[in-house]
Every structure is written in C-alpha cells, then in structure tokens.
Design a protein around this ligand. Structure first.
Ligand code: DLL
Length: 420
C-alpha cells in the first residue's frame, strides 16, 4: 500500500537531481542567514556558487557540536525567532544544551519522515502505537508522536517511566507497535515478567528502537523475548531528531537514509577526508530541507558505512551504528567499543542483558571492570576468557544477582570512565 509520505523517486538519477537542487538551496540559505556559517565559508575561501555537483560539498567547512554551543541559544537560526513553532534541546554531557529550532514546515517534514519510518518498519494506518520515548525537550517523544499521528496510527503518549502502569496499558490497549530505547524495552519486559505476563503473549508485533547503540545480539535477545520484530531507527537532535534513517522490515541489517532530506557523507574521523561508499568512518550529514536550523556537513561523531540501495527505494543505506568516535575506549593501548563488550555478554545465555563498564586508573595501569548479572558466578570466568581471546583485554568481571544494576527509562548509561 502506498502512502502519501512514501518517497516518490523511481530512479537514482531522479533522486540525485533533487539532491543537487536541494544542496544548492540549503547552502545558500545557511550562508545568507547565519553569521557563523558565512564566517566559516569566508575563512575556507568558498561560497555557495562553488557547489556545482555533490562532490564539491567536500570543499565546504564542517559544522560541529561546538558551533551549537558557541552560538547558544539562537545563533544557529537561519530564520527569525518569531517564525519558530517549536524548540527542542539535547542536554549534552557538559555545559549548555544544544538548541534546535523548527518552523511549521520543519515539523511537517519531520512528521512525514517519521510516518515513513513507521511504515517502513511494517506499521500501517489504524495501528495502535505505544510511544515510550521521553516527551519534552528530548526529540524522541514528540518526534515519534507527530509522525505516528500523520501515518494514521492511534498513539499512546506513554513517555518514559511509571513502568508498571505502562505494562498495564500495553495489556489493556493492545498496541501492535512499541517505540522506545532498546534498554527501556528490556525494563518493560522485566516488569511484565514480574507481573506474571510473558512478553511474547502481548499484542506487540513491531518495535522501533534507537537513540542509543544496540548490538545485533541485543536485537536477537529482544526479538526472542518479545516474539516481535525489532527495527532500528536513527537520528540526532542537531539534524532534526529521530527519522534520519530507518531499518526497513523488508531490508533488515542496515538503515535506509531518507536521502531526499539529508545528504550523507562518510569521512575519516581523524583527517576529515571524504571516504568512498563502503568504507567505515564518521557520518556527516547535510540537511536538505530544514529551514530553522539547517546544518551543512554536520559531524555526527557516529561511526558507520554507506551501502548501495536495495529493493524499491533508490536511497543508500547505512550500517547499524558501531559506536561513536568519542565512545571508543582505549584501555592499556587496546581500542574497544562498548558495543563489542555487549556482544560477548549477550551471546552468553547465562548472562542477563544488563551490564556496566567502569574504567579506573590504578597507579600507572588502566583497569577495566565489567559488571554483569547472572544467577551464578561461573560465567564471570568465561567472559574474562573471551574478552582476552577476542580483544586481548584482561578485564575484572563482577557478577551481580539479576536486578542489581539500575534500569534506564530512556538512554542507558553503561560506561563510566573514571580516568577523566
Ligand atoms: O537520540 C534522537 C532519537 C530519538 C533517535 C529516538 C532515535 C530514536 P540525541 O539525543 O541528540 O537524539 O542523540 C543522538 O544518539 O548521535 C547517536 O550517537 C545516538 N543514536 C541515535 N539513534 C541511534 C541508533 C536522539 N539507532 C545520538 N543506534 C546519535 C545507535 C543511536 N546510536
């Protein structure tokens, strides 16, 4: 079934024509209406007329998270403040939040992209969608909400928290779709089990999960435990919020980037050089349609790889996020992403899917401590061994009783680097 928000591009060439026109518009709009980006362009000696093909984009300066901070609160706006319909903000770890603005058109675009995401995940008009992403300044709640209404779903705006009550609502209102972080879904599953409900017996058939990294092993765990399809949704506040890319039910394993709204590049995280499709690096995004806070070549910090379109849509795909360039842990000279540790934990059925990673400096040496949950201690030795043989890392494994680690209501915080 076709939906009005579904991409209308029948060929790659048609999409690329549209992208080039949109790139020209977005660069000119940002250059004309923001001081910070015009100054960056002047310094780099480029102007909007220099963009003749998408390859020319590489000559334009990057936009960084620090630009949002330096221009707090309204310096990133390319439209008069009076024309904003809404503001979202991401808290960030230090200092001032990142402010993102939306005009009415930006909200309309966002709704249509989220409607596509839900459609691509297998949702359809008339479905009940339980939305447990946090409502408020975070983009997850209101972002999914608007798009779900746009598609014609019945939305339950549950937000995060009050987990027992959410379980009750799920049992009574029988949603077919649930949207929340993968870690909060696990917390909901445990609450169901505590209430004597097998998550497989609920009405849930589709999960739309993102906002934090989650491994393929975590996906299998969720799909088995809930007896539903769990699909990946990606996005970030600076560029819009959720709905930049979505894993389609008919093309699992990578996420389709809505390339008519966002132009993706992959760059070497160290040098910033553009890498060819297929090579892993940092995702850089340029907004093609956003009015209020357009961004040109925004450095997401997220590591992935672009792959060719598959199936009916001519849009490229990206691998599920491996991690962030600033998430990578360097422990005694070994580079490792938290997600790689998660893979080992989740592939051992005796360990529960909750963990915490601590890194401390003891004298001159880094100590890596991985805390897991299991019924008995024996798995600790196994994990220690596998950490050593897979990654050459000797970790101290602490085995706690199930339920000992705190559960998240939104984005899980699992890594604590005490060296910083
Ligand atoms: O997390 C937007 C969002 C809401 C995405 C709901 C999906 C669902 P921020 O709070 O700005 O925005 O955080 C953005 O979260 O740069 C990634 O590092 C991470 N992230 C988001 N989606 C995924 C995903 C929202 N599917 C940051 N897989 C991004 C891995 C993700 N990491």
């Amino acid at each position: 079934m076709m939906h009005a928000d579904w991409p209308q591009f029948s060929s790659r060439a048609m999409l690329e024509d549209e992208q080039l026109a949109r790139l020209k518009w977005s660069i000119a709009h940002t250059h004309r209406n923001t001081d910070y980006y015009r100054a960056k362009c002047d310094e780099a000696g480029v102007a909007p007329v220099d963009l003749k093909s998408p390859a020319d984009l590489a000559r334009f300066p990057f936009t960084l998270k620090s630009d949002f901070r330096a221009n707090y609160p309204f310096g990133m706006l390319a439209v008069p403040r009076e024309t904003l319909a809404r503001i979202h903000a991401s808290s960030g770890t230090t200092g001032k939040p990142t402010i993102v603005g939306y005009t009415k058109n930006d909200l309309d675009l966002w709704d249509s992209l989220i409607a596509r995401c839900i459609r691509a995940a297998g949702g359809r008009p008339g479905d009940v969608l339980h939305n447990a992403y946090g409502y408020g300044l975070f983009t997850g709640g209101l972002g999914l909400h608007g798009g779900a209404e746009r598609l014609g779903c019945t939305v339950i705006p549950a937000s995060g928290g009050q987990t027992e009550r959410q379980v009750q609502l799920i049992c009574d209102l029988k949603p077919r779709i649930i949207a929340c972080t993968p870690s909060y879904l696990l917390a909901l599953g445990e609450a169901m089990e505590r209430a004597g409900i097998n998550p497989r017996d609920t009405s849930l058939a589709i999960g739309i999960h993102g906002a934090e990294p989650w491994s393929e092993e975590m996906r299998s765990e969720i799909e088995q435990r809930f007896g539903m399809a769990a699909l990946d949704i990606y996005g970030l506040s600076e560029v819009q919020g959720p709905g930049v890319a979505q894993e389609r039910a008919d093309a699992r394993g990578a996420l389709t980037i809505w390339e008519d709204a966002f132009y993706p590049e992959i760059v070497d995280p160290q040098t910033g050089a553009v890498l060819p499709d297929g090579q892993a690096g940092e995702l850089v995004l340029t907004t093609l349609k956003r009015e209020a806070t357009p961004v040109i070549r925004y450095r997401t910090g997220d590591l992935t790889r672009l792959s060719p379109p598959v199936g009916e849509l001519p849009m490229r795909r990206m691998d599920r996020i491996l991690g962030r360039s600033d998430d990578m842990l360097i422990v005694r000279g070994v580079n490792i992403f938290p997600r790689q540790i998660e893979e080992l934990i989740l592939s051992d059925p005796s360990m529960h899917p909750h963990y915490r990673i601590d890194i401390r400096r003891e004298g001159a040496l880094d100590e890596l401590i991985v805390t897991v949950e299991a019924e008995d201690d024996a798995c600790g030795e196994r994990l220690h061994h596998r950490m050593k043989s897979h990654y050459g890392l000797s970790a101290r494994i602490v085995v706690e009783k199930p339920g000992a680690l705190p559960r998240s209501e939104g984005k899980a915080r699992r890594v604590f680097d005490h060296r910083k």
